[in-house]
Design a binder for this molecule. Structure first.
Ligand SMILES: [Zn+2]
Length: 316
C-alpha cells in the first residue's frame, strides 16, 4: 500500500509538468504508468491521467464505452490545416478522434465548401489523444465520436496560432431565445442539414434558437431535423456525434431520437424555448441557517471507466 501511494504521488506530481512540456516527459510518465498494476491505475483520477496524454494509444482504432464515460484506442489526429478546414485552440491538443470521425469531418468540410457556400470549417474540440474525461469543458467527447464545429466559416487565409486561441464568435444574441440575424445565413442552415443527413451521424446539438431557425427554414424532407437536438451552450459551435463504428464492440450507442412530431419542432422545441430548462435547480435561501460545508465528492477514478481503458492509458 505504501509503495503504491508513493508511485501514485510521483505520478500525479509529474502530470502538470507533462501538460506543458516535451515528449520526453511523456515517455517517462508512460513508463511509470505501464509499470503500475491494473489495480493501481484504476485508483488514479481519470481526468488527470487522460488529460496528460500527449499521443494516441498505438492499438487498433476502437471507441470504448459511452460518449460521456469511455476512452479511445488508436486515435488519429485531424490535420491542423486541411484543404477546407482549420483546427482552433491548438493548445488544447483535442484534435484527436476515431478515424471514422476524422473522415466525416474532412468530408463535411469539403462537401460544404463545394455545395453549400460554406468556405470551410473551423474545427473545435474533438477528443484527447486517448479520449477519456477532460480537465475542463465537456462531459462527453470521451470516445472519439464527437466533434465541435464552429458556426463561423473559415476565412480565406490561414489563421495564426494566436488567432486560433483568441477568436470568439456567437450566432445568438445575449437573450438565449434569439438568433443574431446579422450573423446567421442560409449557408449555416445548409451546413447543419448536410451534417445531420449523413447516415453515420447520430445527433447534432445546437443552441435552442438555432433549432427554431432550422425548423422555420426547412422545406420538403424534414426528417433530418429529428437528429438536431436543442441543448444549452451550443451558441458558437454545433456538436456532431456519430454512431459507434463497426469493430468498436464495447462502444455504447444512445437510443435514436424519435421526437413525437417527427422533427422535434413542436413540443420539444417549445420546452427548450421556455423558461423551465434554464431555471437553476436549487436557489439558496438567503434566510436559511448556515449549513456545514459539503465535502466535494472525490474525483472520478479510472475505475469508473470500462476496464479496457486501463490498457488504453498504459499502452506505449
Ligand atoms: Zn461538443
Amino acid at each position: 500500500m505504501k509503495r503504491m501511494r508513493k508511485l501514485l504521488s510521483a505520478l500525479i506530481l509529474s502530470l502538470p509538468l507533462l501538460a506543458g512540456s516535451a515528449a520526453a516527459q511523456s515517455a517517462v510518465d508512460q513508463k511509470a504508468l505501464a509499470a503500475m498494476s491494473s489495480d493501481a491505475v484504476a485508483k488514479l483520477p481519470a481526468k488527470k491521467v487522460f488529460g496528460a496524454q500527449k499521443g494516441p494509444a498505438n492499438l487498433a482504432p476502437r471507441a470504448i464505452g459511452s460518449y460521456a464515460k469511455g476512452c479511445l484506442a488508436g486515435g488519429r489526429a485531424l490535420a491542423v490545416d486541411g484543404p477546407a478546414w482549420q483546427v482552433m485552440r491548438l493548445s488544447r491538443n483535442r484534435n484527436w478522434a476515431h478515424p471514422d470521425m476524422i473522415a466525416l469531418v474532412e468530408r463535411l468540410a469539403i462537401e460544404a465548401r463545394a455545395e453549400d457556400g460554406w468556405n470551410g470549417l473551423l474545427v473545435g474540440d474533438l477528443a484527447q489523444p486517448r479520449g477519456g474525461p477532460m480537465l475542463s469543458g465537456h462531459a462527453s467527447h470521451q470516445v472519439g465520436l464527437d466533434a465541435d464545429v464552429w458556426l463561423t466559416p473559415m476565412p480565406d487565409r490561414t489563421l495564426s496560432r494566436k488567432e486560433r486561441e483568441t477568436i470568439n464568435a456567437t450566432v445568438v444574441t445575449k437573450d438565449r431565445k434569439t438568433i443574431d440575424k446579422k450573423v446567421w445565413t442560409e449557408a449555416h442552415a445548409r451546413l447543419i442539414k448536410r451534417a445531420a443527413s449523413y447516415p453515420e451521424v447520430a445527433r447534432i446539438f445546437v443552441h435552442p434558437p438555432i433549432k427554431a431557425e432550422l425548423c422555420k427554414w426547412a422545406k420538403g424532407d424534414t426528417a433530418w431535423l429529428a437528429k438536431v437536438r436543442p441543448y444549452f451552450g451550443h451558441n458558437y459551435h454545433f456538436h456532431i456525434r456519430i454512431n459507434c463504428p463497426k469493430g468498436s464492440t464495447t462502444c455504447k450507442n444512445q437510443p435514436t431520437p424519435h421526437p413525437k412530431d417527427g422533427t422535434g419542432c413542436g413540443e420539444e422545441l417549445a420546452y427548450w424555448m421556455g423558461d423551465v430548462p434554464w431555471v437553476p435547480k436549487k436557489k439558496p435561501d438567503p434566510n436559511a441557517k448556515p449549513v456545514k460545508p459539503v465535502k466535494p465528492p472525490p474525483p472520478m477514478t479510472v475505475s469508473a471507466l470500462p476496464a479496457e481503458c486501463r490498457t488504453v492509458v498504459t499502452a506505449e
